[in-house]
Design a protein around this ligand. Structure first.
Ligand SMILES: Nc1ncnc2c1ncn2[C@@H]1O[C@H](COP(=O)(O)OP(=O)(O)OP(=O)(O)O)[C@@H](O)[C@H]1O
Length: 405
């Protein structure tokens, strides 16, 4: 049976949807021909979320009986895998299986897939070497327009991508808040369930923090307390950029101090805008460009375009860029103002090995060459990203507690 399991190790420039379609139709891999397959992928999660929103169809619920929309990334994936297994397909395609999963859940899903592999073919699509399931011995890579069996070690690009210095800020800040963020005994509960408890944490200018914790421990919840999107932030002892939360500050007062990147943002930008406009819009905290930028702003945007190697493509539409390039543009957009704080939520999700390395180099460069503090949230240690400090959330019956580790 083990020979029927295969992995496709692809880069982000590959046409993944086409590969999925060919696998599901049985065209790509003959042993699957005539069989019924299921797809375990973020693509499927998103389809079910659409069904919830459009047709009130809640056929996939999480362990805590939540809808997918109101669940954390990891909870969604666990619920989807259970749902697919219950449908008893002949084989399962697993696409970027470990993205967004904490270590315990990765192990759990790995075991589930190993058990399943005794009775059904498992077809893996991955862009990270480290994720290839140990029981899969046949690996295909894409070379010169076709899939070929990999022999020996899978190679990635090792070059140093960023040569130019980080572009200067538009203005030297007149006021530097210290700390930028301060939580004093912060608590958040949803429907009587405490999510985080007595959180005490300070982020100072220029610091580079990684926020870690298992799925559902409250990482995104803490981020939304900072980014101004969470009404639970009121009545709490939170100091943000010199303002005590709930003392008349607006969401925009807060947002103007933050550059923000989440992999979910990639889905938010659907309209056609050039790469250059996309970066310029970072000066105005808007999605489109509704104001005329100044000469200096255009100059700075061009420096960023040169740094990320996309100056020649500046007039091309953002939506057609590769996932790796989109991310570099969105980081440049978040950074043009040199905000006091840059928030990166699961930033390497969905990136292939080469792009993850390039992305990590840019983040380290921002940390080394600017006064922007970085708050980086991820389950997995990204081997090339070098945070200074780690804040860890540890779940308990009475809510997650936090500490610097
Ligand atoms: N609006 C909401 N209503 C009810 N429960 C919520 C809401 N938002 C979050 N939760 C719950 O709060 C808990 C913490 O969620 P959060 O998204 O902060 O976790 P996380 O650590 O970011 O998880 P992950 O790593 O899986 O993304 C989860 O159990 C989630 O289901």
């Amino acid at each position: 049976m083990s020979t029927r399991h295969v992995a496709y190790y692809i880069s982000n420039s590959a046409n993944k949807q086409q590969l999925i379609d060919e696998l599901l139709s049985g065209e790509r891999y003959k042993p699957l021909s005539g069989l019924k397959g299921s797809l375990f992928s973020e693509i499927t999660v998103n389809k079910f979320i659409e069904e919830e929103k459009r047709h009130d169809d809640f056929s996939v619920l999480t362990d805590t009986k939540n809808s997918l929309e109101h669940s954390s990334q990891g909870e969604r994936k666990k619920a989807l895998l259970r749902h697919l297994i219950n449908q008893n397909p002949d084989y399962i395609i697993v696409d970027n299986v470990f993205d967004s999963l904490d270590v315990a859940t990765q192990t759990n899903i790995s075991h589930t897939l190993k058990d399943l592999s005794q009775s059904k073919p498992i077809i893996q699509i991955t862009s990270r070497k480290r994720d290839i399931l140990p029981f899969i011995k046949t690996i295909y890579t894409f070379k010169n327009g076709e899939f070929v069996k990999a022999d020996g070690e899978l190679k990635t690009d090792d070059k140093n991508y960023f040569v130019n210095d980080l572009p200067e800020p538009e203005h030297v800040p007149t006021e530097v808040f210290n700390p930028l963020v301060k939580f004093n005994k912060v608590n958040v509960a949803y429907g009587g369930r405490t999510i985080v408890k007595d959180i005490c944490w300070e982020i100072k200018p220029g610091e580079f923090w990684q926020l870690v914790g298992p799925n559902g421990s409250g990482k995104s919840t803490l981020l939304t307390l900072i980014s101004g999107d969470n009404p639970k932030a009121y009545n709490q002892d939170i100091l943000l950029f010199g303002m005590k939360k709930g003392t008349g500050e607006t969401v925009w007062d807060i947002k103007s101090n933050i550059g923000h990147y989440t992999s979910e943002m990639l889905r938010g930008f659907r309209r056609l805008d050039s790469i250059e406009k996309m970066i310029l819009s970072g000066f105005f905290d808007s999605i489109g460009l509704y104001k005329y930028p100044t000469e200096r702003q255009i100059h700075i945007a061009h420096q960023w375009l040169k740094l990320i190697g996309l100056f020649e493509k500046k007039d091309k539409d953002f939506v057609f860029l590769s996932p790796g390039h989109k991310r570099l543009v969105l980081i440049a957009r978040a950074m043009v103002k040199h905000p006091p704080l840059l928030i990166l939520d699961e930033p390497t999700n969905g990136l292939d090995d080469t792009d993850a390395k390039i992305f990590s180099q840019l983040i380290n460069k921002i940390s080394e060459e600017s006064r922007t503090a970085i708050l980086y949230v991820s389950h997995r240690k990204e081997e090339h990203i070098n945070p200074h400090f780690t804040y860890q959330l540890t779940p308990s019956e009475t809510g997650s507690t936090g500490q610097r580790v």
